[in-house]
Design a protein around this ligand. Structure first.
Ligand SMILES: C[S@@+](CC[C@H](N)C(=O)[O-])C[C@H]1O[C@@H](n2cnc3c(N)ncnc32)[C@H](O)[C@@H]1O
Length: 268
């Protein structure tokens, strides 16, 4: 599945905000803990590099390993946020875990991930395995969209189920969100403390069909990418009309409520 970094970054600020909110709950690395050392921080699903400056702000002096399975995203990240402190790695997260286990090496001080796990099957089972890689005192911190029941996604599924579209869309579309409570249960084990919560952001979007613009850069890609051009154009027009009704323009702009689940598991 192809990603389009430029389209994704049209709402870069809104997409990075929850990452900063997530990192604000990660216990900071104390200088006394490792004087002069530069801790290793891993960013899973780093995307086009918008996370890297945020990570630098929260972990000054850290070395960053930024991992993503998309060639387009890794190339965009290398171009937009380069530096001697960051290594961009193209890898699928399960493969990355297997490679890291095989190679051993330094335990990360933090493993963080902003808006990747919703794309990963059975990620509740995978998360504790990834968390186990962090060093003592370190954290595993994730933000995962929990908006699959929202009108934006319900309308996408409804329209994609129509026979003229459904015959092209082979990938199942996720219908239910994993909730913060589920992440809490999956990560709360002996020797760990877990902080989990949910937030609904009210993104105020401007311009024509802004909810379509937003979702065509992320959640709608499996449908839009699967349709032949003529069907894709027809689908886009029908979807936009439904989204306009579900998300009317107000004086402030078009308000997109967006629920997200957060969890920070810290090894104690
Ligand atoms: C919605 S973007 C999030 C990008 C960035 N973290 C941010 O905060 O804006 C999701 C990213 O996860 C990556 N991704 C999806 N599934 C993945 C997987 N199984 N392994 C590694 N990366 C994956 C995608 O390529 C994409 O760049």
């Amino acid at each position: 599945m192809r990603w389009d970094p430029a389209r994704y970054l049209r709402f870069g600020e809104e997409r990075s905000r929850p990452f900063a909110d997530l990192l604000s709950r990660v216990p900071p690395v104390e200088e006394a803990e490792a004087p002069g050392a530069s801790p290793l921080v891993v960013d899973l699903g780093c995307g086009p590099g918008n996370d890297t400056p945020v990570l630098r702000r929260f972990f000054p002096g850290a070395r960053i390993e930024a991992v993503d399975s998309s060639r387009q995203m890794v190339e965009a990240a290398r171009a937009s946020a380069p530096g001697p402190d960051v290594e961009y790695v193209r890898a699928e997260v399960r493969q990355w875990l297997a490679d890291r286990r095989a190679a051993g090496g330094e335990a990360p001080r933090a493993i963080v991930s902003n808006a990747m796990f919703q794309w990963v099957e059975d990620h509740l089972e995978l998360m504790p395995e990834l968390a186990d890689l962090v060093a003592p005192g370190g954290s595993f911190a994730v933000q995962v969209p929990a908006n699959f029941e929202a009108p934006s996604h319900a309308l996408l599924r409804e329209l994609a189920a129509r026979p003229e579209y459904a015959r092209h869309v082979t990938e199942p579309l996720r219908a239910a969100s994993v909730r913060a409570e589920d992440y809490l249960r999956a990560l709360a084990r002996p020797g760990w403390s877990v902080d989990a919560w949910e937030t609904t952001y009210l993104h105020v979007l401007q311009g024509p069909d802004p909810v379509f613009e937003w979702i065509s850069g992320t959640g709608a890609r499996p449908v839009l990418g699967a349709l032949p051009e003529a069907e894709r154009e027809r689908f886009a027009e029908e979807y936009k009309a439904r989204l306009r009704r579900a998300y009317p323009v107000s004086e402030a702009g078009t308000v997109l409520p967006f629920r997200r689940a957060f969890a920070v598991a810290t090894r104690i």
